[in-house]
Design a binder for this molecule. Structure first.
Ligand code: SAM
Ligand code: SF4
Length: 498
């Protein structure tokens, strides 16, 4: 008998992509195999996101298309996983009865059994409907597991199920306890729950034992890690414990909340050479009035103070941010403050979001009074400023040598390979004559020759060339003599100080 085939699509954040890897682990342990495409799958799963309405709309319309397919293939299993499952629960099946399963993150622990139950139920349904195809009402198994269940945290990760040979994400905590008025995450993901340090270290060791050298820790407020575990359990301690793994070379963590950027964490960032040189520290707005309305718990001044403290101890760090434009009541003056803050901090990267009211949040009871076109305009203004900052920062790297972790073929140009620096910047370089696929997963020195807005283009140096004197240079033109293949990551650029 051939193994049943699944096709799983992830929407939204990195946390969802990691959850999908865990779900895949479970399905493979159960004897399921990945399908080459959706059309050849017996089970189609969508791991969804609820953060903005647009993300939900895309899922609803894809589910509509799957209904058409299910008319002629009644055995097909259609499943909705993740945040939409948790948010809408039974309503999903009421609105679209062809959905076979609705499973929230709180019930991923036995997802394989839920999928298998739905498949068996559908095989029975298919027998009946084959006899009466014309009147088939496109019904699904209608299994709903959300709100309670066997948590995904119980899944023992199969470290071989991962998209990149040398890079992996590790979830260190789930949920969020913050009161941001616009955000649905605390509803869909529940309260903060941190995993014990020993469990995370054990998982990281297994990943590193299987060839991973770069780990990114995940949490909605990752720098609040451990506060539910007891006093003294902190992200800084976790970083120090992971830093001891000999074959680990880069250690990043996303996403940090400004309120938890502690002195202890700043010292750890400054002292630990394997910690990546970027910090995702979303500000959301530069206006105190908006920050208060959003209940972010800090002012512009306090945010800037924290950034300054970080830069004093770790001046080679770069900052990434998220901004929301068009929050209810945001005036042009408020928006201008976001634009000025963006320039003042000089972020290396920002995600800009147009405010989208989410059901059940505090902000959803406010009038969504910034017109769509004005939200779009504000979005474009911030994007243009951020592009200018990115281009400037990339130009400052011209002539430097960067240590690049090679990820694979460049998605837009098959003649090049692509990878990332320790600042998370994308670098492309020409493939060697033999295709260079053996370079994937390795750290190679690349001299930067062209600066684009969102990426850099360079020439790969031999390790001896890099050693001989291709020095990194900061934006003041001073050279560092750190060799590019040493165990310490090369740090060539400096973030603009606020
Ligand atoms: N936990 C992270 C934090 O607090 O920075 C981010 C989590 S959220 C999934 C990612 C980003 O989506 C947020 O930083 C925010 O900018 C944006 N976001 C969340 N809710 C939103 C909403 N209702 N409308 C627009 N953007 C939203
Ligand atoms: Fe949402 Fe705020 Fe929690 Fe981030 S910190 S997930 S924005 S509630």
């Amino acid at each position: 008998m051939t193994a049943p085939k699944y096709h799983l699509t992830s929407y939204g954040c990195q946390m969802n992509k990691l959850d999908s890897e865990l779900v895949e682990s479970k399905l493979r342990q159960r004897g399921y195999e990945p399908a080459v495409d959706e059309a050849s799958a017996d089970v189609v799963l969508l791991n969804t996101c609820s953060v903005r309405q647009h993300a939900e709309d895309r899922v609803w319309s894809r589910l509509g298309r799957l209904r058409v397919r299910k008319r002629s293939e009644p055995g097909l299993v259609v499943g909705v996983l993740g945040c939409m499952a948790e948010e809408h629960q039974r309503y999903m099946v009421a609105r679209m009865p062809h959905i076979d399963l609705v499973v929230g993150p709180s019930a991923f622990g036995d997802i394989d059994t839920t999928v298998e139950n739905a498949r068996q139920k559908n095989l029975e349904l298919a027998k009946v409907h084959q006899a009466d195809p014309g009147r088939y009402p496109v019904a699904g198994a209608g299994l709903v597991a959300a709100g309670i269940g066997v948590s995904g945290d119980t899944i023992v990760r199969d470290v071989r199920v991962r998209p990149h040979k040398s890079q992996a994400f590790v979830s260190v905590m789930r949920g969020c306890n913050m009161p941001c008025t616009y955000c649905i995450v605390p509803t869909t993901r529940g309260d903060e729950v941190s995993r014990p340090i020993a469990q995370i270290v054990e998982e990281a060791e297994r990943l590193c034992g299987d060839g991973v050298t770069e780990i990114t820790l995940l949490g909605q407020t990752v720098n609040a890690y451990g506060r539910d575990l007891g006093p003294g359990i902190t992200l800084a301690k976790l970083l120090r414990a992971l830093h001891e793994i000999p074959s680990l070379r880069r250690l990043a963590f996303i996403t940090s909340h400004p309120n938890f950027l502690s002195e202890e964490l700043i010292v750890a960032i400054a002292e630990l050479p394997k910690v990546a040189r970027y910090l995702h520290l979303p500000v959301q707005s530069g206006s105190d009035r908006m920050l208060k309305a959003m209940r972010r718990g800090y002012t512009r001044e306090r945010y800037l103070k924290r950034v300054e403290q970080l830069m004093q101890k770790a001046p080679d760090m770069e900052l990434h941010s998220d901004f929301i434009v068009g929050y209810p009541g945001e005036t042009v003056e408020d928006f201008d403050e976001s634009a000025s803050l963006m320039r003042q901090v000089g972020y290396a990267q920002s995600y800009i979001f147009q405010y989208s009211p989410r059901p059940g949040t505090v902000a959803s009871s406010l009038v969504d009074d910034v017109p769509k076109e004005e939200k779009e305009r504000r979005n474009q203004v911030l994007l243009a400023i951020q592009d200018e900052l990115c281009a400037q920062k990339n130009r400052a790297l011209l002539g430097t040598t960067q240590e690049v972790l090679v990820e694979g073929e460049s998605p837009k140009d098959a003649t090049r390979l692509t990878g990332r620096t320790v600042h998370h910047r994308i670098v492309h370089f020409d493939r060697p004559a033999d295709g260079g696929l053996e370079l994937v997963g390795r750290y190679v020195p690349v001299r930067i020759e062209q600066a684009m807005t969102h990426s850099l283009i360079g020439v790969r140096l031999s390790e001896t060339d890099a050693e001989k004197g291709a020095f990194d240079r900061d934006e003041h033109g001073e050279g560092h003599s750190r060799s590019s293949h040493s165990h310490e990551p090369a740090r060539a650029s400096r973030a603009t100080m606020p």
